[in-house]
Write a protein that binds this ligand. Structure first.
Ligand code: 4AD
Ligand code: MG
Length: 471
């Protein structure tokens, strides 16, 4: 018995000694080689994956976000597009060249850094890196955007660089979530994505905001909406959506208008206005809830109070244009019955509710030619707008379409539109016309609302507005 335990103990001691020898031989040897840049390709990881590499030596690649110095320490804040992390360079831990490299890095310089991942509860990611070596990729010239306050015009001129700020990256991440949520919502419900053209021969949303261009001697316009083509696509596929950039020559300089914006537009055959409103409320709520699930960190960075977003669940309140007009008059708003709601009117209306409100049945004069008129009142169009809370106004416009051939012909004439540009669209009313509805949601307005931004210009990577074509 004693002999057995004695042998076991001896074997354990031998194994332990072997382990220590191997560690000393290979472990320190690796440190030595890393410090001298002899291990150039350590596994490259991203900052968001640091937790899977605790106590390991890894390489990160990115840009210098910020730097602090204190005696023999250099604190490099590295960002790599997924997050930021503090990389600590201690003079006693690295060779002279590495320390000098840390000193030489300027804001936005690109570099690779190898070191040990150690837990740090004060760090946002929960980790920091103890640096062993640095490989400089490029030393950035004087970076124009510094931590001090800059004016909007300056930041917009430098939009290509401004995108790198933590606020802008947070917005871009939320935008990404919203776009993916739009796709997932329709994909999971059996809709087929049908891409619609950008060069078009006719207006969809009125002739005042058309961008005209020469198309080999013919007049063409940049698409204001894919809707008319989606109406053709549902004849083939039943329920479809299009998702792309749309263009409006908006001459107004408001915080809600871009000249190029992205719109997602579902269209459904055999759907009436009520079906359309149900789809829209489920859709908006799905998108908002997805952002709440995926982007807590970004919304916190944007100082977005998420409480009001948690309310965004169906059913949404639904009121008619007449009821909305009554509310405005009761609230003492100077509003003329029959006119469209302005931004201020929309805010007053939305403020009456704790979630988005749907306004339906509009005076026909202020809605597009394709809208079906209400069976109970020929002066009302079966359109619906969804107004977001907190002063963000209209995020969705849509409605039930006119499916009768003769009626549509008379509407095109009444709106003074060129009949020949719509011959193909009228065909859809000749061959198996059905009741159908759809809507369009502007991505930028939705991003502005979910992130609670003061202006849509920050919701799209490179905004296009009346006075902005560059960068
Ligand atoms: O209400 P709109 O003009 O509706 C249509 O285009 C329909 N054809 C859509 C359809 O039924 N398929 O525009 C829809 C949405 C608006 O609610 C708004 O969110 C956004 O598009 N939008 C704009 N966003 C930013 N800048 C602009 N200039 C916008 N114009 C409209
Ligand atoms: Mg509209």
């Amino acid at each position: 018995m004693i002999l057995f335990f004695g042998t076991c103990f001896l074997l354990f001691v031998i194994c332990y000694l072997l382990f220590v020898i191997c560690y000393l031989l290979f472990g320190t040897c690796n440190f030595y080689r890393i410090q001298r840049g002899l291990l150039p390709t350590m596994d490259r990881i991203y900052i968001t994956d640091l937790s899977q590499h605790e106590d390991q030596i890894v390489t990160l690649k990115g840009w210098l976000y910020n730097k602090r110095s204190s005696g023999k320490l250099r604190f490099l804040i590295l960002r790599d597009g997924t997050a930021t992390v503090q990389c600590v360079v201690f003079k006693g831990d690295v060779d002279e060249a590495t320390f000098a490299a840390a000193d030489a890095l300027t804001q936005e310089s690109s570099f690779e850094v190898t070191g040990k991942v150690v837990p740090d509860e004060r760090a946002p990611s929960g980790y920091e890196m103890q640096v062993k070596s640095i490989k400089t990729v490029q030393i950035a010239m004087d970076y124009p955007i510094t931590p001090k306050e800059h004016g909007t015009a300056f930041l917009m001129d430098n939009r290509h660089l401004w995108l790198r700020s933590s606020r802008q990256t947070a917005i871009l991440k939320v935008r990404h979530t919203i776009i993916k949520a739009c796709r997932d919502f329709f994909d999971d419900r059996g809709f087929t994505l049908v891409d619609t053209p950008i060069f078009t021969p006719a207006a969809c949303e009125g002739t005042t905001t058309l961008f005209e261009t020469d198309y080999f001697g013919e007049k063409a316009y940049l698409s204001q909406s894919g809707q008319l083509y989606s109406e053709a696509a549902i004849g083939a596929l039943g329920k479809t959506y299009c998702f792309g950039p749309t263009f409006r020559a908006e001459k107004s300089k408001t915080r809600r208008h871009l000249t190029e914006f992205w719109m997602v537009e579902p269209e459904v055959a055999f759907a009436d206005l009520d079906d359309n409103m149900k789809l829209a409320e489920e859709f908006v709520s799905f998108v908002v809830q997805r952002a709440l699930e995926n982007n807590q960190e970004e919304l916190k960075r944007l100082e977005r109070d998420t409480k009001p977003l948690e309310n965004v669940v169906p059913p949404f309140p639904k009121i008619t244009y007449d009821e909305a007009a009554k509310i405005l008059l009761e609230q003492g708003v100077d509003f003329e019955y029959g006119s469209d709601f302005g931004g201020g009117d929309e805010t007053v209306l939305a403020d009456q509710f704790d979630r988005p409100v749907m306004i339906h049945r509009w005076p026909v004069e202020i809605k597009a030619f394709y809208m079906k008129h209400a069976p109970e009142n020929d002066n009302l169009a079966m359109g619906v707008d969804v107004l977001a809370p907190e002063g963000y106004g209209e995020i969705i416009g849509g409605g039930q379409r006119e499916e009768d051939y003769e009626t549509l012909v008379s509407r095109i004439k009444a709106h003074g539109l060129p009949m020949e540009a719509f011959d193909w669209y009228l065909d859809l009313r000749k061959y198996g016309a059905v009741p159908h509805s759809g809507f369009g949601m502007g991505i930028e307005r939705c991003v502005a609302w979910i992130c609670k931004l003061p202006h849509v210009r920050e919701t799209i990577p490179f905004p296009r507005m009346m006075a902005r074509l560059k960068p």
